[in-house]
Design a protein around this ligand. Structure first.
Ligand SMILES: Cc1ncc(COP(=O)(O)O)c(C=O)c1O
Length: 428
């Protein structure tokens, strides 16, 4: 100790670890906002929609719940989660095999901590999987994908990695609809991936946190094809607009119960249990019903219309971008405009995002944060900077199967429309 301050003794795995990229861009945007600049927040992946009314009411009714709950979760919530999988997808999950945590992110961290194996993820992938593996000292293997295939993982890539060293224990994370691309897998593609996963005995973590936001309303889990080896991750953060409530769910097959038990043991020594009022309210969310169905239907309708428009607008500006099937993201590739951008001193994705934010106030995240090569000119756009409550109540004036009026997006998602117009003009 020198001059009354502490020497720095950080675990090697966290030394130099930056704050999560999504939070970093938010802080930079807030700094510019404080200077009076107009900022379009297309960086942070937060749902624009409010928590559904019946779920909010249930939270109010349960504000008095003050006892510690069982570490695995409130039994009524585990039942509701199991019931939800049966009702929506005919998946036979037992309530005993459901684990509740303070966000699915925390559960993913626990899984990586308790399971001794490599982490295998496609590139691009969500920002936190690899840092979590790094913190607990696991190897990370990135699997290549191809923009021509909508950045989806092809079974041959997984097979190649597994065959190179067949006996290594591995967790493969598959996220669909995907953050950062918005793309998802067809039933045939899931089946082909499941076949390879089973043959190689990998553990699949199906990150289906955006499942309910599949625009067609027909999300299908890979657990249908590889039930004994798949853990399904979900929670309230994306489809119920409740990211800040911090509630995540893992659904295990009976064959992997030992993992649930190990995670629960660690949970009991760390966060103890998830917030009681939030768990009581979450029961209502997973029970579903007409009001929640309508909320989801209109949420999907708005997001589909907005991403369709955004996709068309960027394509018209000469940018390559895969068309999203769900969620609220897109991963445009600005490579076709490289020479124009290089004349302005921009040759990689972080520079692209920094310069765009400075010049136009549009915040997006560089593809490098998602495991894409530094020099590639990809970036993630989160189409979420609009008042979701206002947009939802306007959309609800019509039947959900009707197309939204033509002026809906400029009227109710005006900041996103403005931001993409600014981006396209800036590219010219
Ligand atoms: C792909 C993906 N998985 C998991 C999470 C974590 O969600 P939560 O911890 O709020 O459940 C997020 C949040 O951004 C995400 O985008």
């Amino acid at each position: 100790m020198a001059n009354g301050s502490h020497d720095v003794h950080l675990n090697l795995n966290v030394r130099g670890l930056p704050v999560s990229a999504t939070l970093g861009i938010n802080e930079e945007s807030n700094r510019l906002l404080a200077q009076g600049r107009t900022i379009y927040k297309l960086g942070l992946g937060q749902s624009p929609f409010p928590v559904p009314d019946p779920v909010v009411r249930e939270l109010q009714n349960n504000a008095h719940q003050k006892d510690y709950l069982p570490v695995r979760g409130l039994p009524a919530l585990c039942d509701a989660v199991a019931g939800y999988y049966w009702r929506t997808q005919s998946l036979p999950i037992s309530a005993d095999n459901v684990l509740i945590g303070p966000g699915s992110k925390e559960l993913m961290f626990l899984l990586q901590l308790v399971y001794y194996g490599d982490l295998v993820i496609p590139t691009p992938s969500w920002v936190s999987y690899a840092p979590q593996a790094h913190i607990v000292g696991r190897h990370v293997y990135w699997l290549e994908t191809d923009e021509q295939n909508n950045w989806l993982l092809m079974p041959e890539e997984l097979e190649k990695l597994c065959q190179a060293d067949p006996d290594r224990p591995r967790i493969v994370i598959l996220n669909y609809p995907n953050n950062p691309t918005g793309c998802t897998y067809s039933a045939d593609q899931l089946e082909a991936l499941a076949t390879v996963a089973r043959r190689n005995r990998v553990i699949l973590l199906a990150d289906e946190i955006y499942g309910e936001l599949t625009f067609s309303g027909t999300h299908r889990s890979i657990a249908h094809y590889y039930p004994e080896g798949t853990i399904i991750a979900s929670g309230l953060s994306k489809w119920a607009g409740a990211g800040g409530w911090r509630l995540g769910t893992f659904a295990f097959p009976a064959e992997l119960k030992w993992l649930l038990e190990a995670m629960a043991a660690v949970a009991s020594e760390t966060f103890t249990a998830t917030s009681a009022p939030i768990q009581y309210a979450a029961v209502r969310a997973f029970q579903g019903g007409a009001k929640i169905e309508s909320y989801l239907c209109h949420s999907r309708r708005i997001l589909k219309s907005l991403t369709r428009w955004g996709h068309a607008r960027l394509t018209r500006a000469g940018v390559n971008v895969a068309r999203p099937d769900g969620a609220f993201y897109m991963l445009p590739d600005f490579e076709s405009l490289r020479s124009r951008l290089e004349q302005r001193g921009i040759s990689h994705s972080a520079e692209l995002c920094r310069k765009l934010l400075q010049d136009t106030g549009v915040a997006m995240l560089p593809g490098s944060s998602f495991g894409r090569p530094d020099r590639e000119l990809t970036a993630r756009i989160a189409l979420v900077d609009f008042d979701g409550a206002r947009a939802l109540s306007a959309a609800e004036q019509q039947a959900c199967d009707q197309p939204l009026p033509e002026n809906f997006l400029p009227l109710y998602c005006e900041r996103v429309v403005e931001a993409l117009e600014q981006l396209c003009e800036w590219l010219e």
